[in-house]
Ligand binder design. Structure first.
Ligand code: NAD
Ligand code: MG
Length: 394
């Protein structure tokens, strides 16, 4: 019997995870018990999910919604909690496999709690690796769990990476769809609306990652994520635009062989991989129809139109608190764009301003503890808020 917790169960990844679990269970392939589910504000959806999978505990991050949650599940036998501490408690309960699918640095503390207890961590929440990768990896390792990458690119690489001979890997090729503005000019992007930015051509996802795909910061975050997960230097990680999102990423070896993982753009495939790893379990995702796909195309990314890619390289090269600063500034800027306070191109320029202001006399400060990460995240958020206010007033 597998004990499962889903942090961020009401989101796109959370819902896909439930779908994989229910599919496998209906086929008699999975024997699981849900320990805990968590959400930010969506009481109704969390209550509906509790009805579906009968968890022991459900937590809502918004403290003010505790009573609403209680009353929504008063006919069920489930414990409830509210506030960030309740989300951390959910993460601390005894699951063997925890899906980390909270969006943003808000997922860092709960993910760490689960890691420190030795659970296997299915990691969708890339921001927590970008913010505090060394801290998260050390926690997973010392408690004896395994970090299983859910992000489709990293999941692809995880499946074809020869961890026994990492020095025989010459290159990782992270594929990128290019997002909704792949062929837009900078002038057109300057006027892009939130609705246009979240309309991803291939993937159906939460709003924040959808905007990140439009700026291509998503691929920048994934570059930093990949450098944490795989034993390879950042300059051996290349980004390649592949608009069909069929090849989810590739590993090139020193003999010239390139191994890839392919599939339809449906997160239920990588989620199922992490759920069953090192075995396999069926997933309800649609199958690839190669004749229908017909053509796979590739192009180099355009750093001029998508400066977020340059910023991510700069952050990884600078090291220390810089990736955390990039991530926090981007989170603030994306939320401000979605809230109508700034324009689309401001997202990258605000992130760059914050990064410029994060370099101390001897480069960025170091980051080795959770406290360092939280301090770096908060400092960058404050700087980003200043930049947003200046842009909004201009
Ligand atoms: P989403 O916005 O659909 O869902 C986010 C979840 O986090 C929700 O359950 C929400 O209630 C919860 N949440 C938000 N803020 C919170 C807070 N402050 N405290 C506690 N809980 C909070 O996002 P998503 O698309 O499911 O993405 C989740 C994570 O997975 C992100 O880090 C994203 O980058 C990553 N990811 C998503 C996809 C995808 O296809 N959706 C693919 C790869 C990686
Ligand atoms: Mg991805």
């Amino acid at each position: 019997m597998r004990k499962i917790t889903i942090l961020g169960s009401t989101g796109s990844i959370g819902e896909s995870t439930l779908s994989v679990l229910e599919h496998a269970a209906a086929l008699g392939e999975a024997n699981f018990e849900v320990v805990a589910l968590t959400a930010n504000t969506n009481v109704e959806k969390l209550a509906a999910q509790a009805r579906r999978v009968k968890p022991q505990f459900i937590a809502i991050a918004d403290e003010t919604l505790g009573d609403a949650l209680k009353s929504a599940v008063r006919d069920l036998e489930v414990e409830t909690g509210a506030g960030p501490a309740a989300v951390e408690e959910a993460a601390s309960r005894n699951a063997d496999w925890v899906m980390a699918a909270i969006v943003g640095a808000a997922g860092l503390k709960p993910t760490l709690k689960a890691a420190m207890r030795g659970a296997d961590i299915a990691l969708a929440n890339k921001e927590c690796l970008v913010c505090a990768g060394d801290v998260v990896k050390a926690a997973v390792k010392s408690a004896g769990g395994t970090l299983l990458p859910v992000d489709s690119e990293h999941n692809a690489i995880f499946q074809v990476f020869d961890f026994d001979q990492p020095n025989r890997v010459s290159r990782l090729i992270l594929t990128a769809s290019g997002g909704p503005f792949r062929s837009w000019t900078r002038e057109a992007m300057a006027e892009a609306t939130p609705a246009q930015a979240v309309a991803h051509p291939n993937w159906s996802m939460g709003a924040k990652i959808s905007v990140d795909s439009a700026t291509m910061m998503n691929k920048g975050l994934e570059l930093i994520e990949a450098a944490h997960i795989f034993p390879i230097a950042p300059d051996q990680i290349e980004i390649l635009v592949h608009p069909q999102s069929v090849i989810h990423s590739m590993v090139e070896y020193v003999d010239g062989s390139v191994l890839a993982q392919l599939g339809t753009p449906d997160m239920r495939t990588p989620i199922a991989t992490t759920l069953a790893w090192p075995e396999r379990t069926p997933s309800p995702s649609p199958r690839l129809d190669f004749a229908e796909v017909a053509k796979l195309t590739f192009e180099a990314p355009d750093i001029e139109r998508f400066p977020a890619l340059r910023l991510a390289r700069e952050a990884i090269n600078a090291g220390g608190v810089m990736p955390a600063a990039l991530n926090a500034a981007n989170e603030v800027a994306v939320a401000s764009f979605l809230g109508g306070r700034i324009k689309f191109l401001d997202i990258a320029s605000i992130t760059e301003q914050v990064m410029d202001r994060t370099v101390g006399q001897n480069g960025p400060a170091s980051l080795s503890t959770l406290e360092d990460a939280i301090a770096a995240d908060l400092a960058a958020r404050r700087l980003a808020e200043e930049s947003v206010a200046a842009k909004a007033a201009a």
